[in-house]
Ligand binder design. Structure first.
Ligand SMILES: Nc1ncnc2c1ncn2[C@@H]1O[C@H](COP(=O)(O)OP(=O)(O)O)[C@@H](O)[C@H]1O
Ligand SMILES: [Mg+2]
Length: 244
């Protein structure tokens, strides 16, 4: 089962991916969290801390400057460029690098290609994608099972997300679920449900405790597990992985 978390920058993709990964793993699923962002910070939201997140970023940079050996297979990629996060989540950083070797799983395959190439039959993969709709133009049918499109309740954000939703439908990229994030009131909720009425829509409230956790480089899932925003994302986990 493969899930891609997509949307504009700053809408809450990383927060969402991390809470979903931790929730599913705690429930017993073998979860691989893929950080596909060129500014990888999923580690922080997963709860491995700044230092370990920096170490993983450093490993990718060493690939660039030739001081890090390549990983010849998916398993070794997850081994070398990954880290164990709480609840049994395995984090792997697969962000694009500057000088890729064509076809090499650890650097020459874009995250989109990697998702299409590797079967992941046994694993639940939560991929935190690079910001923007470019990702969706590069994703191909069959690469993922579910696209979770994160959107803020603003006219601009909704407009961009509507185009993204159209791409998901046109390209048959899988089941679309829209997550309206940082919803503060009924008007926010109405804006999002009106725009995406024909898709599955879930709303996550604005929650100061999520922002506060990020300010300290901590996982909201650890420091504020009972925060309304965290609980709303966690509640979504089961429905996303249920067979269609
Ligand atoms: N529901 C929420 N309530 C309050 N703040 C949130 C919420 N979701 C995300 N944030 C904050 O918004 C910022 C961007 O979130 P992040 O997950 O890093 O977005 P992205 O990965 O899309 O760039 C972070 O500071 C995060 O703490
Ligand atoms: Mg992010």
């Amino acid at each position: 089962m493969k899930l891609a978390v997509v949307g504009k920058g700053g809408v809450g993709k990383t927060t969402t991916a991390a809470v979903l990964a931790r929730t599913l793993a705690r429930g017993g699923a073998p979860v691989v969290a893929l950080d596909c962002d060129t500014n990888p910070n999923l580690g922080i939201s997963l709860g491995i801390g700044d230092d370990e997140t920096e170490r993983l970023i450093g490993l990718r940079q060493s690939l660039d400057d030739g001081t890090q050996e390549h990983a010849p297979s998916w398993n070794s990629l997850v081994d070398v460029f990954g880290s164990d996060a709480p609840d049994g989540v395995r984090l792997a950083v697969v962000s694009a690098i500057d000088k890729p070797e064509p076809g090499c799983p650890c650097c020459g395959l874009s995250p989109e290609q990697l998702l299409r190439t590797v079967g992941f039959d046994e694993q639940t993969v939560i991929a935190d994608f690079e910001a923007g709709t470019g990702t969706l133009t590069r994703l191909e049918e069959g690469a993922v099972d579910v696209v979770l499109l994160v959107v803020l309740p603003t006219a601009k954000s909704v407009e961009v997300a509507r185009r993204a939703a159209e791409l998901v439908a046109e390209k048959r990229l899988g089941r679309l679920v829209v997550l309206g994030n940082q919803v503060r009131d009924e008007a926010d909720r109405a804006l999002i449900t009106a725009a995406f009425g024909d898709a599955d829509v879930v709303c996550v409230p604005y929650d100061e405790r999520i922002a506060e956790a990020d300010r300290h480089g901590l996982a909201a899932f650890d420091v504020a597990p009972d925060a309304d925003g965290v609980r709303a994302i966690a509640a979504l986990a089961g429905t996303l992985t249920a067979p269609a």
